[in-house]
Design a protein around this ligand. Structure first.
Ligand code: F7E
Length: 364
């Protein structure tokens, strides 16, 4: 969210009858930074072009950040049409709304593009020049949004840019993404609420950075003299397996030993008082029909032009921050008779699309 002295912020939020996890997270953000008074939330939906056009004409933003998405790659295989509508057509609806309101030369537009578009990578390190090869309905939809944003820039001279952000994490991450699933499970295991976590592909590697650092780069992209696209990444890649190891270490449980092969592989603790306890198992339930095996970004353009610092939050610090935040949360929740549900239990009790449906921010 953007704050400057003379600006007011506005956000779009979907109307749901029950309180969703993302609404609770949003409420915490607004309360924490006392931005509730500066930021007005409007009901709307990325699948409703009329409502988006009406809102843009009413708010008349000068910056718009489209972060709205069905953002879970795995879930996109189960709800491909919905994902395409929100992630792909949704961006087009916003661009058209800007044009219809006559704001094409005054409103700057940010599109949240994604490293997932590189998919089965065609170059070992991915930059702004790397060709795309998407591997999921999520990535295909995002690729449409990416190319239509460039098209509006070329066709109508709009200041419209795409941030090719690699994975960006924080303690606010949704609980179904692997980093948060791990940090929450490590905290729950340390507190004695859970025995074990169940994961999918341990060998996928990702370029993981901190969302706090990436948001600064997003804002900087809209302050440049000319509209251009940027890769935002750390330039380092780690496996899911390495994230698990770092998380147990950060949780004070020492190192883990991997035993077995394929889906029978497990991780066991090694510290003397817990030695031999199985803390990670695998299940095909969490693998994807087509996987993105390895991503690593080249952030040099963002470093040179935006002043982005890819070393601002080292990997171990990111993991420790997430694990410690979950340990604090669980400690605050600890009470007699308290039942902590697993991410999977929570997933089946609410619609998956509502898990991390982010909102676009208009700044006026
Ligand atoms: O998966 C593997 C999984 O769901 C990371 C989104 O923000 O970043 C995110 O997409 C890796 C994949 O994130 C589990 O197969 C193993 O290889 O945390 P993730 P993602 O798919 O990389 C990009 C940049 C975006 O744009 C997306 O919106 O971890 N993995 N076991 C698992 N993944 C999950 N979710 N759960 C597991 O149990």
């Amino acid at each position: 969210m953007i704050h400057t002295q003379f600006r007011r912020d506005a956000g779009l939020i979907r109307r749901v009858s029950s309180t969703s996890a993302s609404q609770e997270r949003l409420a915490r953000v607004l309360a924490t930074h006392d931005c509730g008074s500066r930021c007005q939330l409007h009901h709307g939906d990325m699948c409703d072009p009329c409502c988006l056009a009406r809102l843009v004409a009413h708010i008349r933003p000068d910056e718009m950040y489209n972060l709205a998405a069905q953002s879970h790659v795995g879930v996109s295989f189960e709800i491909p049409a919905y994902t395409t509508e929100v992630n792909g057509a949704g961006a087009l609806h916003l661009l058209e709304a800007i044009r219809l309101a006559g704001l094409q030369h005054s409103c700057r537009f940010y599109q949240a593009s994604t490293s997932e578009m590189f998919g089965k990578v065609l170059e070992p390190v991915q930059s702004e020049r790397t060709a795309f090869n998407p591997r999921s309905p999520y990535a295909c939809a995002k690729l449409f949004a990416h190319t239509i944003t460039k098209n509006y820039r070329d066709a109508y001279g709009m200041y419209a840019v795409c941030g090719l952000l690699f994975n960006h994490e924080s303690p606010r991450r949704g609980e179904l993404f692997v980093t948060r699933k791990i940090s929450l499970a490590v905290a729950a295991i340390a507190a004695g609420f859970e025995d074990c976590m169940v994961l999918g592909n341990l060998d996928a590697t990702r370029d993981w950075g901190h969302a706090r650092d990436y948001v600064v780069a997003m804002h900087a992209m809209l302050q440049q003299p000319t509209p251009e696209d940027f890769v935002v990444a750390t330039g380092e890649t780690r496996s899911v397996r390495a994230f698990v190891e770092a998380a147990f270490h950060a949780g004070g449980m020492g190192s883990v030993l991997w035993q077995g092969t394929g889906l029978d592989e497990v991780a066991v603790l090694q510290a003397p008082h817990t030695a031999g306890r199985v803390v990670v198992r695998l299940s095909a339930e969490f693998t994807r029909p087509s996987e993105v095996d390895a991503l690593i970004g080249d952030p040099r353009k963002a470093v040179a032009t935006l002043g982005f610092n890819p070393r601002a939050t080292p990997f171990e610090q990111l993991v420790a921050e997430m694990v410690h935040a979950d340990m604090v949360r669980l400690a605050e929740m600890r009470a007699p008779g308290l039942v902590i549900s697993t991410p999977e239990q929570r997933a089946t009790s609410s619609a998956p699309a509502e898990e991390d449906h982010e909102m676009p921010i208009f700044t006026i």
